[in-house]
Design a protein around this ligand. Structure first.
Ligand code: DGY
Length: 325
């Protein structure tokens, strides 16, 4: 059987696949276009894709032998899941194994923006440090503040644990309310609308998937509802935020700051964000620890192996949908 891995990755996943199948490993960028994928996909039984791999309906339809697409990421908005369903092609992702690393990164952004770390460090590196200063880079405390979480899945809950640990009050909104036991466990209070969450948060962290409903969930109107000192953190997906509207709000100092790991049109970053005050920008690294990336690799490969070995869908916990039996 043949497996296409779009680009090298840390961890043992590719070796696990090579021990069993005829594996092609592309180089970075080789399979980032729909055209190129369409040309080659017909001869493969499985595809191990990355976020930059456009697994469109056309690509899936060109995959005459294709049985499973395993995405090296928890998010899978690069894959046309509806078409995959129609064609009976399985889709899997890498949940759980990256939860802690991603929540760490989101909380690092929160603290960095709250305490103006980037500006302060830039100033020191520019030779401007002239000793302790009563007014030097005054930031804002996190303890006692309202920490709003939009999307209370695995990563949202891991972020809530961190926020509680720092003495914050956790508010959240999602498509469904947590059980009473979970609300207690995470010390989290349900807020029944996004508007309410946005307007009550001192810090607002986004942990929802990108769907038609969440695209531009943080738009101009909602940015206008935020408190003047509020800080927005996004480690979910760029298009959840209207980037142009956010850049404008930051430049006009209508909100306190932003920490972003994801962007609307990656790898492009809105030029006005690059010059915006109190903004920490990272190149989509939230899951980038050696340990996490190795776990993602093993998990992505194991989903392919399980399926090609004939395991039932129920035995593959990473599937994003299950076929009707
Ligand atoms: C994901 O997994 O969806 C991240 O954005 C990349 O690791």
């Amino acid at each position: 059987m043949r497996v296409l891995v779009t680009e090298p990755q840390p961890g043992k996943g590719i070796d696990l696949l090579k021990a069993r199948y005829d594996v092609t490993v592309g180089q970075r960028g080789d399979y980032d276009s729909e055209e190129r994928l369409k040309e080659v996909i017909g001869s493969y039984d499985a595809l191990l894709s990355c976020l930059s791999t456009p697994v469109t309906g056309e690509v899936l339809r060109a995959g005459e032998k294709l049985r499973i697409v395993s995405n090296y990421a928890v998010g899978y908005n690069n894959i046309d899941v509806e078409t995959a369903k129609e064609l009976g092609i399985l889709v899997s992702n890498t949940p759980d194994v990256l939860t802690e690393a991603t929540a760490d990164c989101a909380f690092t952004l929160l603290l960095s923006v709250a305490r103006r770390m980037r500006e302060a460090e830039d100033s020191l590196r520019a030779g401007e440090f002239d000793g302790w200063h009563p007014f030097g880079f005054l930031g804002t405390e996190v303890s006692g503040k309202n920490c709003g979480i939009l999307g209370m899945g695995r990563i949202g809950r891991a972020f809530a644990r961190r926020a509680r640990g720092f003495g914050m009050k956790v508010l959240y909104h999602d498509t469904a309310q947590l059980s009473e036991a979970d609300e207690k466990k995470y010390g989290a209070t349900w807020v029944d609308s996004v508007d309410d969450l946005v307007s009550r948060s001192d810090f607002l962290s986004l942990h929802c998937p990108l769907t038609p409903e969440t695209r531009h969930a943080i738009n101009r109107e909602r940015l206008a509802m935020m408190k003047p000192e509020a800080i927005l953190i996004n480690t979910a997906r760029g298009p959840v935020v209207d980037e142009a509207a956010l850049a404008e709000a930051l430049h006009e100092k209508r909100i306190g700051g932003a920490g972003l790991d994801v962007f609307e049109k990656e790898p492009k970053v809105h030029p006005d964000l690059l010059t915006a005050p109190n903004c920490v920008l990272l190149p989509h690294i939230a899951s980038a620890t050696r340990e996490t990336r190795a776990r993602m690799s093993a998990l992505a490969a194991s989903s392919i192996i399980s399926h090609l070995e004939g395991k039932p869908d129920d035995a593959i916990p990473t599937l994003v949908y299950r076929r009707e039996s």
